[in-house]
Design a protein around this ligand. Structure first.
Ligand code: TK8
Length: 341
């Protein structure tokens, strides 16, 4: 009889401990320690005159004022703490608290982000914001949790355009053999091969010197990146291909965020949303301003709808490749949300 009672008690204990252990969220931390200051270290890859940096300054002001100095934000711009890949790893490890990489390098850590490498996915900023800020964009952010990362939202890198030092690119035929730097992302590499170029994946921090030394002929980036990092100074042509909308993902170390007092988590989440709207607006304004500012230094090549279509026609088979890499469900959600299916 005693053996049976013991067995029942053991089973009960096991069951409670298993239920309590598996999948249970850490209890929310509602304590706000009076004497503790939380330091938030932010690293990013663009100069301090970029809307990305200004967005982080806005985030810093909101967080520090809302927490009455109990959270302090220190920002390291311009690749001081490394490029996108190094910064993603640093946030995963907790050596850096937050960063904002382009989705393309993040895809090699978490393949769901390949979904944003579909060329000509978004027809406008408004459509991009609607999809990214909606359930489809959130579903991709949610996949970060298993990588010790929390994705808070998407800011703007912008629509990517193509620069080079050799030819006024108007159609893929003009790309033949051009040595084009791509982000470190297999879909981007495949896309530029399909267009007839000779693509080279390279960390962003090496691009200016490679263009200056002519080890590569060209690269592709949003207007603000081309201007603020002075890439236009070492290029002759800027073709407005607008071939991909590039989001930036606001990443925070998962453990750091999860262990914050609930009140401070809410401050960070609200500050990210406010800074997101500010950064996106500034990014759009800067695009207009910087095109005007570059006009006398680089030949800006506008493409007709037919010329743009010659690019998208060449890249149709990329959809299947993206589905294979990112997963059909995630990609179909994004395609549906952007009206592509
Ligand atoms: C800057 C990068 C850059 C990206 C690239 O950290 O690598 O071409 O577009 O803006 O995120």
């Amino acid at each position: 009889m005693m053996r049976r009672i013991f067995a029942v008690l053991l089973a009960l204990t096991l069951c409670i401990s298993l239920l309590g252990g598996c999948g249970s969220q850490k209890p929310e931390n509602t304590e706000v320690p009076e004497d503790k200051v939380y330091n938030i270290k932010v690293g990013h890859g663009l100069p301090d005159n970029s809307s990305l940096h200004k967005g982080w300054l806005e985030f810093k002001n909101i967080v520090e004022s809302s927490s009455e100095g109990k959270m302090v934000v220190e920002i390291f711009p311009n690749q001081q703490l490394g490029g996108d890949r190094e910064l993603i790893e640093a946030v995963q490890m907790g050596n850096v608290t937050m960063t904002a990489p382009s989705t393309a390098p993040l895809a090699s850590f978490n393949k769901a982000f390949y979904a944003f490498d579909i060329p000509f996915l978004f027809a406008s900023r408004d459509q991009a914001y609607e999809v990214l800020d909606g359930s489809a964009g959130q579903a991709v952010l949610d996949t970060l949790e298993t990588y010790n990362l929390t994705g808070l939202g998407y800011w703007e890198n912008g629509f990517r355009n193509t620069t080079n030092s050799k030819i006024a690119i108007k159609t893929p035929d003009d790309m033949k053999g051009l040595k084009i730097r791509t982000m470190e992302n297999e879909i981007h590499l495949a896309a530029w091969k399909m267009l007839g170029a000779n693509p080279t994946p390279m960390a962003f921090g090496e691009v200016f010197t490679a263009l200056q030394q002519k080890t590569i002929d060209g690269q592709e980036n949003p207007i603000e990146v081309i201007y603020t990092t002075k890439l236009f100074d070492v290029q002759s042509y800027l073709s407005m291909t607008q071939h991909i909308y590039s989001p930036l993902v606001i990443l925070i170390n998962k453990d750091f965020y999860a262990e914050l007092p609930q009140e401070y988590k809410a401050i960070i989440a609200d500050a990210e949303k406010e800074a997101r709207a500010y950064q996106r607006k500034l990014s759009e304004e800067n695009e207009v301003k910087y095109i005007e500012a570059m006009k006398s230094d680089i030949q800006i090549v506008e493409l007709t709808p037919e010329q743009l279509k010659s690019f998208s026609d060449k890249l149709v088979s990329l959809y299947d490749m993206v589905k294979e890499k990112a997963g059909e469900e995630v990609v179909n959600k994004i395609l549906e949300a952007s009206g592509k299916i």
